[in-house]
Design a protein around this ligand. Structure first.
Ligand code: 13P
Ligand code: SF4
Length: 301
C-alpha cells in the first residue's frame, strides 16, 4: 500500500493533477485526496482549481459537474461504472414531458442528476443549499428533480408550490424509523443526524437533517459524546479521525452505497498513468448545464 501511495503522489505532481474525493469514499481514498468534501464543496473546488487534471473519486454525475464547471480541464472518473441510481431515475425526455405539462414552473435540479438533465433546468442545488435556491428563485411554482425526499425536506421551510419528481436514493431510502429507535435504545443521549435524502418520517425523528459536510461541521461544534449517523457509512472515517474523543454510531448497517465503494487506490493509479475514464460532454450540454450550475451559485444567499 505504501508503494502505491508514493507512486500516486509522484505522478500527481508531475502531471499537475488534483484528487478530489467525496465524504462517502473508502478511507484510503479519502486519505490520499487533496480535498474531501460534500457535493457543493467539491463543485466549488473543481471550479476554482488551477490543476490541469482533476481525478474525481465519487460517482459519474459529480465528475460531470466538475467538467461542466471546468470544461478546459481533463476530468477523470477512475471508475466509469460508478453511477448514481437516483440520477438515472430522471431522463431528459421525462423531464421535457413534465416541463411541457407545467410550462409556468421553474425547474430546480439536485446535482445528483446527469448533465443532460441539468441542461434542461433553471437552477441546480445541492443538499446544503436547496432551501436557499428554492426560496430565492423567481417563481412560486417549482418542479423539483429528481429527489422526492429532498423536495419534501425543502417544503418544510419554503412555502412554495413544489412538484417533486418521484426519484430517491436507494441507500438512504433503506433507513427506517425503527433502525433509529433501536440505536436510540442503546444510546439514549445521542444526537440523531440524518441526510435530507432520507424519508420524511426519518427526518421527523432526527435532531437535524444536513448535507455530509454539514454533519461533519455539526459534530465538530456540538458538545455531545454520542452521535447516531443516518447517511452513507463512508462519512464515519472523517468523523472518527477528526473527533477521536466522540463516538459515532451508524444508524443502520445497510447504509452502504455500492457505487461510492468502487474506487480503490489501484483505480486512481491507473487513472493517473493511463488517463482512462476521461469525461466528455457536448459543448451545448456544457453551456446549458453550466448556466444552471452558475445560477445555483447566484441564488445561494
Ligand atoms: P452531499 O455530500 O452533498 O450531502 O451529497 C450526498 C450524496 O448522496 C452524494 O451522492
Ligand atoms: Fe446516489 Fe445515493 Fe449513492 Fe449518493 S448515496 S451516489 S445519491 S445512490
Amino acid at each position: 500500500m505504501e508503494d502505491i501511495i508514493k507512486e500516486i503522489e509522484k505522478i500527481k505532481k508531475e502531471k499537475r493533477a488534483i484528487i478530489l474525493a467525496h465524504n462517502y469514499q473508502r478511507p484510503e481514498v479519502q486519505d490520499i485526496a487533496d480535498f474531501v468534501g460534500d457535493s457543493l464543496e467539491l463543485s466549488t473546488k473543481a471550479k476554482d482549481t488551477d490543476a490541469e487534471i482533476i481525478i474525481f473519486c465519487g460517482v459519474h454525475f459529480m465528475a460531470e459537474t466538475a467538467k461542466i464547471l471546468s470544461p478546459q480541464k481533463k476530468v477523470i472518473l477512475p471508475r466509469m461504472d460508478a453511477g448514481c441510481p437516483m440520477a438515472d431515475m430522471v431522463t431528459p425526455d421525462g423531464l421535457r414531458e413534465l416541463k411541457n405539462k407545467y410550462p409556468e414552473y421553474k425547474v430546480v435540479t439536485y446535482v445528483n442528476s446527469t448533465a443532460s438533465v441539468k441542461a434542461l433546468s433553471d437552477s441546480c442545488c445541492t443538499s446544503s443549499n436547496a432551501i436557499n435556491i428554492v426560496k430565492n428563485i423567481d417563481s412560486n411554482k417549482i418542479l423539483f428533480v429528481p429527489d422526492r425526499n429532498l423536495a419534501h425536506y425543502v417544503s418544510r421551510f419554503v412555502k412554495k408550490e413544489i412538484i417533486p419528481w418521484q426519484g430517491f436514493c436507494p441507500t438512504h431510502e433503506r433507513l427506517e424509523v425503527k433502525d433509529i429507535l433501536a440505536r436510540k435504545k442503546d444510546f439514549p443521549d445521542a444526537k440523531v443526524l440524518v441526510h435530507p435524502e432520507c424519508k420524511p418520517e426519518v427526518v421527523d425523528i432526527a435532531d437535524k437533517a444536513l448535507s455530509t459536510s454539514g454533519i461533519i461541521k455539526f459534530c465538530h461544534e456540538d458538545n455531545s459524546k454520542y452521535f447516531i449517523i443516518g447517511t452513507e457509512m463512508g462519512i464515519l472515517h472523517r468523523l472518527k479521525k477528526e473527533n477521536p474523543e466522540k463516538e459515532f454510531i451508524l444508524a443502520s448497517d445497510r447504509l452502504v452505497c455500492p457505487n461510492m465503494k468502487l474506487t480503490r487506490l489501484e483505480d486512481i493509479y491507473r487513472a493517473l498513468t493511463e488517463e482512462e475514464g476521461i469525461i466528455e460532454l457536448e459543448s451545448e450540454v456544457i453551456n446549458k448545464a453550466k448556466e444552471a450550475l452558475l445560477n445555483m451559485y447566484r441564488l445561494n444567499y
